[in-house]
Design a protein around this ligand. Structure first.
Ligand SMILES: *[C@@H]1O[C@H](CO)[C@@H](O)[C@H](O)[C@H]1NC(C)=O
Ligand SMILES: *[C@@H]1O[C@H](CO)[C@@H](O)[C@H](O)[C@H]1NC(C)=O
Length: 202
């Protein structure tokens, strides 16, 4: 009898967990974490209601054809200020992250390097600081990376430069490419004077 009871309890707990899982949505949670960190004076995120089962009906959020997974976030030019929530990295199907033309500040979270499906990341024209995280080297689908017009600074990580990007705009920032092998720079000029090119001179 006692045994029967405990197995029914186990069954009920599993059922409860299953319902919880169906009712909560990790992508919606990630977006609410983002919303909670920004100030949104125009109430552009007003339709982001965490009590809805999925975020697919929220404005400026686009899901795939099955209305299951978030594939686009279009939040450009919304007067948003605040910092970027690391939870944004928990959107594994996201292809377009459009946050340009706001007043977002702080660092770019390294967690954004988990966005495996990302094709385009537009962070330009904000107040972001620090460097581009080396974790961006994992963004193998990324084609467009625009971080121009921010307060970003430092030597761009090799991992980022090695990406196969079609567009990488970092103008109007203090980001710079690493200089070519520093050994080469300190190479004595005399070695050039004596090589075969030097010998051609009159
Ligand atoms: C952003 O702020 C400006 C000035 O306050 C306002 O005119 C504009 O409508 C706002 N844009 C949005 C999308 O909320
Ligand atoms: C890169 O950003 C600069 C500064 O905002 C802009 O003038 C330029 O047109 C951009 N270039 C590309 C290729 O998007």
């Amino acid at each position: 009898m006692a045994n029967n009871m405990s197995s029914s309890l186990v069954f009920l707990s599993l059922l409860f967990l299953l319902f919880q899982r169906l009712l909560s949505n990790s992508e919606g949670d990630a977006l609410i974490a983002f919303k909670n960190r920004v100030s949104d004076p125009g109430n552009n995120l007003g339709s982001w209601d965490p009590s809805l089962v999925t975020p697919c009906t929220w404005f400026h959020v686009t899901c795939d054809d099955n209305d299951v997974n978030v594939i686009r976030l279009d939040l450009g030019l919304f007067n948003l200020s605040g910092t970027l929530a690391p939870e944004l990295g928990q959107l594994p199907y996201l292809q377009y992250l459009e946050l340009f033309g706001n007043s977002l500040s702080g660092n770019i979270p390294q967690e954004l390097g988990n966005l495996n499906s990302l094709i385009s990341m537009d962070l330009y024209d904000n107040q972001l600081e620090g460097n581009i995280p080396a974790s961006f080297g994992n963004l193998k689908s990324l084609k467009f990376l625009r971080v121009n017009d921010n307060k970003l600074a430092g030597i761009i990580p090799r991992e980022v430069l090695d990406l196969n990007l079609q567009v990488f705009n970092y103008s109007n920032t203090n980001l710079r490419k690493p200089t070519v092998a520093s050994n080469f720079e300190s190479f004595p000029m005399e070695s050039f004077a004596n090589n075969k090119f030097g010998g051609k001179r009159d």
